[in-house]
Design a protein around this ligand. Structure first.
Ligand SMILES: Cc1cc2nc3c(=O)[nH]c(=O)nc-3n(C[C@H](O)[C@H](O)[C@H](O)COP(=O)(O)O)c2cc1C
Length: 304
């Protein structure tokens, strides 16, 4: 009895008709579908991924123009070219000095690496007025040229195709008739083949018919190469001037590396006199005196 009463009082649980999918599921499915549709539709429209373009490598091609020292000389108004055959830089330095010297005589020179130029153009040098090719060449190994002069050496040996098949190696070539040259050789007399490269270039150019202006310079590294160069150069330039009928222009100022300027408006108490590192070291002399800080009084009295 009691049980039936309870059943009557408790209402039956109402089962809600939820269907197959809940609202949340529908929303989720719709969102995913929308995203998918969007992705499919618009992804196609986005521009294809750009493939980075590789820049074309611009390889340095040396043109015939660049290899032509004749054209370069013409373009820059130079009439002296100083070729160097150098391994450790001495011949190169001498070449630069000779090229610079030219200014004193109203000429213009340039130092050049034979490896960078077409040396078969030598025969064309006469196209430039009052021109000369100077060679500062060192010798290495068994009387061999330096690396940068190897090709030039080979060209001299071959006689070069440009001389024509009929031209024998030792026959002067008319093309070289008006070409002037000069050689300064760098070497060391303790080697068996002392200055072999310089001697060879000198001999070979003469054979080809080019005209030597002054004696072959012979630099000896075993004695005093700098002294050999300086004294040869002092005689070479007058010979050059005589040959071309030119005089020194007196443009020493363009060669000098310093300039004299007299300042009268300077407070002398701030100027170093005497030793360069000590202010007023001339007026206030303090012992100990040594080779670095000599006594000015003592040296003056000794001088008297
Ligand atoms: C390894 C070596 C080999 C050399 N061979 C010779 C040689 O055969 N004949 C010669 O006269 N001088 C020879 N020399 C001396 C150089 O030609 C000389 O020092 C020259 O000034 C070097 O010039 P550079 O500094 O322009 O290369 C040689 C020097 C070295 C270091």
């Amino acid at each position: 009895m009691a049980d039936s009463e309870v059943d009557a009082a408790t209402p039956e649980p109402v089962m809600e008709d939820e269907g197959l999918l809940s609202t949340l599921d529908i929303v989720l499915v719709s969102v995913i579908a929308a995203v998918l549709i969007y992705w499919i539709t618009f992804r196609k429209k986005t521009p294809a991924e750009e493939i980075p373009e590789f820049k074309k490598l611009t390889t340095q091609v040396t043109t015939t123009q660049e290899k032509s020292f004749i054209e370069k000389m013409k373009k820059t108004g130079r009439n002296i070219v100083v070729f160097y055959g150098s391994q450790t830089g001495t011949a190169e330095e001498f070449s630069n000095r000779l090229a610079k010297d030219a200014q004193r005589y109203g000429m213009k020179g340039m130092a050049a690496d034979p490896e960078e130029y077409d040396m078969s153009e030598l025969s064309r040098l006469a196209e430039i007025e009052n021109s000369i090719a100077i060679f500062c060449v060192a010798t290495y190994g068994e009387g061999d040229p330096t690396d940068n002069a190897q090709e030039f050496h080979d060209w001299l040996q071959e006689g070069d195709a440009e001389l024509g098949a009929s031209t024998s190696r030792c026959t002067p070539d008319p093309l070289f008739d008006l070409v002037r040259f000069q050689v300064f050789a760098l070497g060391n007399k303790t080697y068996e083949h002392f200055n072999a490269m310089g001697k060879y270039v000198d001999k070979r150019l003469e054979e080809l018919g080019a005209k030597r202006i002054f004696d072959l310079g012979m630099g000896d590294d075993d004695a005093n190469l700098e002294e050999d160069f300086v004294s040869w150069r002092e005689q070479f330039w007058p010979a050059m001037c005589e040959h071309f009928g030119v005089e020194a222009t007196g443009e020493e100022s363009s060669i000098r590396q310093y300039e004299l300027e007299v300042h009268g408006d300077i407070d002398m108490s701030t100027v170093y006199t005497g030793e360069i590192s000590r202010l007023k070291s001339f007026e206030t002399q303090r012992p100990p005196f040594d080779t670095k800080t000599p006594s000015w009084l003592r040296s003056r009295s000794t001088a008297n």
